[in-house]
Write a protein that binds this ligand. Structure first.
Ligand code: NAP
Ligand code: 8YV
Length: 328
């Protein structure tokens, strides 16, 4: 008897092409984004799928979840789950796996790359040399990063990795979360406003979603002040991007380094015209090593779900709902 591999609905192409190949080799995969009539396909075949693979960037909207009446497992490439429709997934009782931990170092490295670039105007210096301006004028002097105050908004896994790097730059670290972290050696600031007022560099590593939407607004940027720098490697939604553009244009803050934007892949056009901001296309986890580790965890979560019903790494609200259902 031939053994049929399990059917998987892949929401779109994965951020590591090797993972597309591995999924296709191990499962019977249909890529939803490649169906000419997505809604028609879901209406005709939605009931055939128990497993979905997606990514933090693509997410999983409620209309797709609701079109899959037998959905049991989701495996997402990434740690952010703000683009997965939590209500729809809880409603259908699917167990949701994700990839925390394995990307902390690379995302923290990127936070420091953006911080140093913004402070020392490295990207602007590169443009200056390439334009041939060096033989005509001086580049100017910029801002020291070592020994300054680093404010971390979101002292979770990635925030802690940023704090560890700060030690190498002799920086004093403060942070804000909704709750202080037990046994943290760093100073807790009870509000984001106080953290921004205290910090020279404000690095955002808090989760995205409704609870953090636009928390970094014009008032917080003014608290950071004209000598202060903002770095965002978390989610664009945490920052009011229009307010940030105004603060950068009016030099009410000194500069910014951004890996994430409110409407990806469309940063506000005004950002592109500014020399005091460094822009990256959501690549903080984008190294071969880290994307490989994320891909391995996507596969492990899938195999574990199929073998035991439970992913190796489960999104907190999915795990909490399963615990509750178990104890009821
Ligand atoms: P984590 O360990 O869960 O940390 C998230 C932190 O955010 C926690 O310290 C949490 O503390 C804080 N937080 C959440 N909601 C908050 C609120 N309303 N106010 C204040 N603090 C809040 O997550 P992680 O693994 O470090 O990842 C953090 C985020 O980075 C992810 O959610 C993802 O969006 C982003 N990310 C981006 C990239 C990229 O490529 N740019 C890569 C990976 C991750 P409390 O719960 O105590 O408030
Ligand atoms: C992903 C991310 O690479 O993990 C996350 O939350 O934002 C990044 O690591 C990106 O979302 C691709 O899915």
């Amino acid at each position: 008897m031939t053994h049929r591999p399990p059917r998987i609905l892949q929401y779109g192409r994965m951020p590591l092409p090797a993972l597309d190949h591995e999924l296709a080799a191990q499962f019977d995969v249909t890529v939803l984004s490649e169906q000419p009539d997505r809604a028609g396909f879901l209406a005709a075949h939605g009931a055939d799928f128990e497993c979905v693979v997606t990514s933090a960037a693509m997410g999983l909207p409620g209309d797709v979840v609701r079109a899959l009446p037998r959905l049991r497992f989701v495996s997402s490439f990434g740690v952010g789950f703000d683009a997965l429709d939590q209500a729809a997934l809880l409603e259908c009782g699917a167990r949701v796996g994700y990839t925390p931990g394995v990307l902390d170092d690379c995302v923290a490295d990127m936070a420091f790359a953006l911080l140093l670039d913004a402070a020392r105007s490295l990207s602007a210096a590169d443009r200056f040399v390439r334009r041939g301006d060096w033989s005509r004028q001086r580049f100017g002097v910029h801002t020291r990063a070592s020994g300054k105050r680093l404010g971390i908004f979101g002292m979770g896994r990635i925030g802690a990795a940023v704090a560890r790097r700060a030690a190498g730059f002799d920086m004093e670290v403060g942070y804000h979360n909704r709750r202080p972290v037990e046994d943290s050696p760093h100073q807790y600031l009870p509000s984001l406003m106080e953290l921004a007022r205290w910090a020279d560099f404000l690095v955002i590593t808090a989760a995205g979603g409704d609870s953090t939407r636009h928390l970094v607004n014009a008032e917080v940027l003014d608290a950071l002040g004209p000598q202060g720098f903002l770095v965002n490697v978390a989610r664009g939604s945490v920052v009011d991007e229009a307010a940030l553009v105004a603060a950068l244009q009016q030099q009410r803050i000194a500069g910014a380094g951004l890996d994430v934007f409110e409407d990806e892949p469309h940063p506000l056009p005004a950002l592109l015209a500014l020399d005091n901001v460094v822009l990256a296309p959501h690549i903080a986890s984008g190294t071969q090593e880290t994307r490989r580790a994320m891909a391995d965890l996507v596969l492990q979560n899938l195999h574990s779900c199929l073998a035991t019903g439970v992913p190796v790494q489960e999104v907190p609200w999915s795990a909490a709902a399963a615990r509750q259902a178990h104890s009821a």
